[in-house]
Design a protein around this ligand. Sequence first.
Ligand code: ADP
Length: 261
Amino acid sequence: ANPQDEIGRLAATINALLARTEAAFGRQREALGRQRRFAADASHELRTPLTSIAGYARMLERWALKDPDAAREGAAAIRREAERMQHLVEELLALARGDEGRPLELGRADLAEVAEESAAAARAAAGDRVSVVWEPPEGPVEAVFDRERVRQALAALLDNAVRYTPEGGRVSVRALRRDGKAAVRVEDTGPGIPEEQLGMIFERFYRVDGTRSRRLGGAGLGLSIARQIAEAHGGAIEVRSVPGEGSSFTLLLPQEGPRKL
Ligand code: ADP
């Protein structure tokens, strides 16, 4: 063989190898960047309630004995902020479990039953501020899924619907079958989400309107958890929204469960 050709082939092989190594490094660098950003965002979210707790505790030290009203107010604020941290830590744990790829505990069940239970829990949380209405399907909506995780995904969707819908509004929940999938749809009469942001709301820590969402209490993790759960099942979450009218989130699960078992 011509030595010139062989050297040419060798050079091509080395170049291809280098390109592959570089691409692998690039992916690792990206993953590392994502992890760093996640840690920074999570720390920031935890610091906010901690700062409030420390502030109210200082106020209690100074005023609690002299002023019972200030004491009550301080204690209530500390409890509220601690609950917010609790919620956030639960969400971070749920995401970590998903990232570790913890196996699903699959079983065949009626998705409508789980949706109805979730609706009832949301109704209790909503009180009489917002009405939560369960629209029963004609028959069972059977599928193979992890009951606990799906309950968690539905809780995130319902929690948002109830939180973002103003007083006197309505949240409806129904189970349905579509294109061979089992689905739960949560609709609300809330403020809606601008179309250009619909692609971003599933990102970790993303909030549509920082001040509004912060006042209403979320860290921007609920939807990323819900999507992670849907995708672990081989499913998805669809969203439709008309600003000023409301939003509709549909959790879709393949009826036979995730294909790779
Ligand atoms: P959060 O904990 O802040 O609610 P999510 O990940 O659950 O975070 O939602 C991301 C953002 O999407 C929210 O901050 C909110 O701005 C918007 N959003 C989610 N659900 C709704 C809804 N039903 N109506 C209006 N806005 C919503």
